[in-house]
Design a binder for this molecule. Structure first.
Ligand SMILES: [Zn+2]
Length: 565
């Protein structure tokens, strides 16, 4: 009996899937015949000109493209020139620039921190055992026997019935919390979002929440897997200048002292407090309560702040029929500047892959749209933002001070790190399931024999780590897809190895340099063609793409737009 039902069931399923496939094919053909392929636009996207832009943008003479340096001036000038040469109109009135007022904060931390424990005192060394900085613009900050509290993941998330601060008094204390969220180590996809990091897992959230709780300081416990990068990435920023948007009076205050400790330091502190590293596991279990550690921290830092302006570079092609409706392509132009030398003595963080590749791609897309015989009906904006590496500041400023109203902005398509030396069949869609833009990408990939892969590191929270996130927060549907791993002729394992190798050896290091021998940019051309097709379709149609049900950004969009159905 069971087997009969199964047989009937599978026949039924077979028929259903046959019908689905037939319908999908018919649908595909219809879309195909309706859409003519803008060959002249596709043909304009060119690997050699990408390579030329990348070699200029990542040259040592641009000093790593850090905002407020001589490198910024040169970068901005080049982009303005190239936008004009690509036929773009100025995107901000009669200017290609949008001013972004920022404050540059240099916190110089004491070389050590005293820890007063029940069993005696000991010293932690700055850089090796912890890093500390401030986002406040005061002359100095000091911790003077300030109490330390462990607050698990430091998360208050009513929708997950989770509150790490419940019953804890952290006012004027330093709170130590873990990176990522409890779903990460749980193995349960339904607990938070399982392996996929929620915004509660991001370091920016940890500092924001600690400030809301009234803490004087916040230290995040680093873990390479949970953070998605090594501790060295944080160490590289130590005692270096940091940029912030100028805070307005009514914005909430930030913690006085913020920073990171490696897991080894956290364990030392737990031991001194009479606990052990098991706390790191227990913190992910429902019902876990954080605790004061009965340890006191003493250290300080001096702070210098200077105010200055950086620039977003912005150009546009005005739509022929609905010019007030815009599609915005973004790629950040900035990188990390000059910093701590690597083992070879190189101190220039060229940022060739991150993000000269996509900045070059933005210029190529501009040329592609400009070479269309039939110009786009909606306006297409090309926005190269500043200070992404300092915390998405240029895009955040744009989203708060939009040149084109956000409710008239149809979509954002963001680009970072276009493929250097591999061509892949697939693309990795970051934050899959958020908006209908996923379907646009998928259809375009299917047309050209490609497909979408899942993120290789969903725990790293990449959806919150690039400029499309600033648009998403403002309610604008945003697409962020990066090169895949299924390398043509070599397969997925090879692709994953290439990706991990870059992350471990070159990401945010001086060795992220352009190599004319191996950087063919052929994969980048394919990526750009796909994104061009998606943008061109958006620019030709009347439809407003929507966030999908369940997206945390849907409500923001619908509150701002009257004509959303
Ligand atoms: Zn980047």
């Amino acid at each position: 009996m069971t087997s009969n039902i199964q047989k009937r069931d599978s026949l039924f399923r077979y028929l259903i899937s046959f019908m689905v496939v037939t319908l999908a094919l018919a649908q595909g053909c219809r879309n195909e015949s309706l859409r003519n392929i803008p060959e002249e636009g596709l043909a304009a996207i060119n690997a050699d000109s990408l390579r030329r832009h990348i070699s200029v943008l990542s040259a040592d003479s641009l000093f790593g493209r850090k905002p407020f340096t001589a490198g910024e001036g040169k970068t901005i000038r080049y982009l303005k020139q190239q936008f004009a040469a690509a036929g773009l109109e100025p995107g901000n009135g009669d200017s290609y620039l949008q001013e972004v007022p920022m404050v540059n904060i240099l916190a110089t931390a004491d070389p050590a921190m005293q820890v007063t424990a029940p069993g005696g005192e000991f010293t932690l060394r700055a850089y090796d055992d912890y890093i500390l900085w401030t986002d406040r613009t005061v002359a100095s900050i000091s911790l003077d026997k300030t109490e330390l509290v462990f607050a698990g993941y430091g998360i208050v998330a009513p929708e997950y019935n989770w509150d790490d601060y419940e019953g804890l008094d952290v006012r004027d204390k330093v709170v130590m919390v873990m990176i990522n969220d409890p779903g990460f180590r749980s193995g349960d996809p339904a607990f938070f979002k399982g392996e996929t990091m929620t915004y509660y897992g991001r370091w920016t959230y940890k500092f924001e929440e600690a400030a809301r709780q009234g803490a004087k300081g916040c230290l995040i416990i680093h873990n390479k897997k949970a953070a998605g990068y090594g501790f060295i990435v944080q160490q590289n920023k130590f005692n270096n200048t940091r940029l912030q948007l100028v805070r307005s009076e009514n914005e909430p205050e930030v913690c006085e002292a913020i920073g990171w400790v490696p897991e080894s330091t956290a364990c030392r502190l737990f031991t001194a407090a009479g606990y052990d590293s098991l706390l790191l596991e227990q913190a992910g279990k429902p019902g876990f309560r954080g605790m004061p550690l009965n340890l006191k921290l003493t250290t300080g830092m001096t702070v210098q702040s200077s105010y200055n302006k950086s620039y977003n570079v912005i150009g546009r092609i005005t739509g022929t029929r609905r010019p007030d409706e815009v599609i915005i392509y973004t790629a950040h132009w900035d990188h990390l500047g000059i910093g701590k030398p690597d083992e070879k003595g190189d101190s220039i963080y060229n940022g060739a892959f991150d993000n000269a590749t996509a900045t070059a791609g933005l210029i190529e897309l501009a040329r592609a749209f400009n070479s269309l015989g039939k110009k786009p009906e909606r306006t297409v904006v090309f926005l190269s933002v500043t200070a992404e590496e300092q915390g998405l500041l240029g895009s955040e400023y744009y989203a708060q001070n939009p040149v084109y109203p956000v409710e008239k902005t149809v979509a954002n398509i963001n680009m970072e790190c276009l493929s250097r030396n591999i061509v892949t069949k697939d693309r990795i869609l970051i934050g899959r399931g958020q908006s209908e833009l996923d379907d646009y990408l998928e259809e375009e990939l299917r047309r050209t024999g490609g497909y979408i892969s899942d993120e290789t590191h969903p725990e790293a929270g990449y959806f919150f780590r690039s400029d499309h996130f600033s648009f998403a927060k403002a309610g604008v549907p945003a697409l962020y897809a990066v090169s895949g791993v299924d390398v043509i002729g070599k397969g997925r394992e090879y692709g994953i190895r290439v990706q991990n190798e870059y992350r471990d050896k070159n990401y945010h290091r001086p060795s992220d340099e352009y190599d004319p021998e191996t950087w063919t940019m052929e994969g980048a051309v394919e990526e750009l063609k796909t994104l061009f097709m998606v943008g061109n379709r958006l620019a030709s149609e009347k439809k407003w793409v929507q966030w999908k049900p369940g997206s945390e950004f849907k409500a923001v969009r619908e509150a701002g737009r009257q004509d959303v159905k």
